[in-house]
Design a protein around this ligand. Sequence first.
Ligand SMILES: C[S@@+](CC[C@H](N)C(=O)[O-])C[C@H]1O[C@@H](n2cnc3c(N)ncnc32)[C@H](O)[C@@H]1O
Length: 352
Amino acid sequence: MSVAHCRMATFRPYQLQRSKSVSTRLVRASFKALKYPAAPRTWLQCPRSPLTTPRPYQPPSPFTQRLLSTMGDSATPEAPSHPPVERSREDGRERKLLHFIYDQPNRDEIQGNPAKVLDLIEEFGKTYHFMNIGRAKGKFIIDIIEEKKPEVMIELGGYVGYSAILFGDAVRRAGGRHYYSLELNPEFAAIANMLLELAGLRDFVTILVGRSDLSLDKLFSSGHVKHVEVMLIDHYKPAYTADLKLCEQLGKIVPGVSVVVADNVLYPGNPPYLEYVRSTVEQKREAAKKGPVQAYDTTNLPQRSVGSFMPADATPSFELTGNPNLVYDSKLVKPETTRDAIEVSRCVGIQE
Ligand SMILES: C[S@@+](CC[C@H](N)C(=O)[O-])C[C@H]1O[C@@H](n2cnc3c(N)ncnc32)[C@H](O)[C@@H]1O
């Protein structure tokens, strides 16, 4: 691998500091929202003794506001002056799922049975929409797991653990050693851990909470993961290309070994990612002449995707060039029953 194209990531302590303070504020905000769920306006206006008067409401900083606006009412530290708004996807459905599953009368039969936990997630998914990959697209990924028999599989974007249960079980059955699920939202991670526990996969699957790029860097630098065998990308749409480039420039994409699967490439779609994995080496070398970039490519991405999960002006934690010399055999795989598809990119060579 050429040294010129394989610059190590430049770590910026500023980025880490920023993400730490934001997560601290998020936790505080979540507790505040839980403590004062739906207090009427008069609640704030009641005369109080100086000892019990709440501190004047401090609005969050603009950065935190933008981050929180991507995460739903339960995380928004608004002054408790009006009832929470019911918005789709932000109505606590993930917590309701946990109660639904843990309230099953036959929990002893479910314990240790990944298929039964998946069935229950799907059953509850008839009432609420969940962002799970589903069985139809999942079947193709299970085929890849059975073919490649990865020792370790990584997923970017774990949500409530559906894909970690589906593919973690498949990796274990194929003789693998471990599954890492990288998830930004600690509440989703906590729910996923409870469902993994019920599925009997808690020891096999580790959820890393935080930004995927920082977690990937940690996994590689700690030696827990030597290189990418099978990786599912299913998280912040602008980060698909950035995180793949990070793996490339750290030397973790290996010809003949690494298979990268990206979800939602048709709906909501990910044109910059498809363009990157389908480009020739010459096209990528030309683009890389600009030098390392520390920004997400959001060209032709739906605005909704750019503002989901992360603030719309978020930037990667590292300067990125990728490795333009890597050659992929990249194909769309679309089940008949879904309108969406996955992109399966196999690294097949390195062009010097
Ligand atoms: C589509 S869902 C994942 C669904 C899951 N793979 C499944 O099929 O069950 C996307 C998840 O990615 C997480 N996410 C978004 N941006 C992220 C980031 N930068 N790092 C890690 N996780 C992220 C979100 O919190 C959300 O839970």
